[in-house]
Ligand binder design. Structure first.
Ligand code: AMP
Length: 286
């Protein structure tokens, strides 16, 4: 059976990773909040391809949950998570307690402006600062060569890239394509909150984003018209409230009106108790 070593302190984590790196091995880090599914495992697969050693982290970060969000009920099964991560070749798991990450007196907040200002930003106050703070800390604790993040959380990925560039953190940030169910629904720990009938309607989100991307690429409609169409489709499938459905520059996340550079169609919308987010690429015709 595959085995994984679990460490609870930053000192132990850094010691193990530093030993690998000083032996000339490239180390990839995969940060997660647990609730491991095939999306997380794709990050480990990508890290295995790009690196000699893979370390994962498991920490449900209270700083990225709002007061009315699901911190208390977020899925937690550390033994299952460790087993799944081990099976795909992660060798080290950093699973710190709250005290290790946020000891008494902790007073620092990492805040990235610009890319965090629209989309999920206004709907989840404090979320991106919480993510930036914990990712910055995990990167400093681990000091890996590379860290892997899913494109499913596209705004988060752009933010992490910005932060690492701005703070000159010496790590390569590697994006990994979104893993989906056969019907297109992006895998997420929060999909478990869907009822059976909501689950049937959930793939509409990806279908709408893909249709908008295809039509934009084919010159069949403006950003404004296709956005209105998409909102109607989502409402018709029972989504609501719809936090946003927008086309943004793939790099800067600035709003896009005319498709002349690589862009992204992004949405976040509630379906029952689940807030689903997804995004797809749009490439301008050459
Ligand atoms: P989380 O545990 O939800 O914080 O996610 C940990 C990492 O897994 C983040 O980099 C996510 O973007 C990534 N991730 C989550 N779901 C997926 C998915 N369906 N496909 C690819 N990556 C994902």
């Amino acid at each position: 059976m595959a085995s994984i070593e679990t460490v609870r302190t930053a000192a132990a984590l850094r010691h193990r990773i530093a030993a690998w790196r000083s032996a000339g091995e490239r180390v990839g880090l995969v940060p997660t909040m647990g609730g491991i599914h095939d999306g997380h495992l794709a990050l480990v697969h990508a890290a295995r391809e790009g690196c000699d050693r893979v370390a994962a982290t498991l920490f449900v970060n209270p700083k990225q949950f709002g007061p009315s969000e699901d911190f208390a009920t977020y899925p937690r099964d550390d033994a299952r998570d460790a087993r799944l991560l081990a099976e795909v070749g992660a060798e080290l798991l950093f699973a710190p307690g709250l005290e290790e990450m946020y000891p008494e007196g902790f007073a620092t907040r990492v805040s990235v402006s610009g890319v965090t200002e629209g989309l999920c930003g206004p709907h989840r106050p404090g979320f991106f600062d919480g993510v930036a703070t914990v990712v910055c800390k995990l990167l400093m604790q681990a000091l890996p060569d590379a860290a892997y993040f899913g494109e499913k959380d596209y705004q988060q990925l752009r933010m992490v890239r910005r932060m690492v560039a701005d703070l000159a953190i010496p790590v390569d940030i590697v994006p990994v394509a979104t893993v989906r169910e056969a019907d297109g629904l992006a895998l997420s720990s929060r999909n478990d909150y869907l009822t059976a009938s909501e689950r049937q309607n959930a793939p509409t989100l990806y279908r709408v984003l893909s249709a908008i991307a295809t039509r934009l690429e084919g010159g069949q409609g403006s950003v404004a018209d296709l956005t209105v169409w998409g909102l109607g489709e989502l409402e018709g499938a029972g989504f609501g409230p719809i936090d946003y459905l927008e086309v943004r520059d793939a790099d800067t996340l600035e709003p896009v009106e005319v498709l002349d550079k690589p862009a992204r169609v992004l949405a976040a919308a509630w379906l029952g108790k689940a807030r689903l987010i997804d995004n797809v690429a749009v490439r301008p015709a050459r």
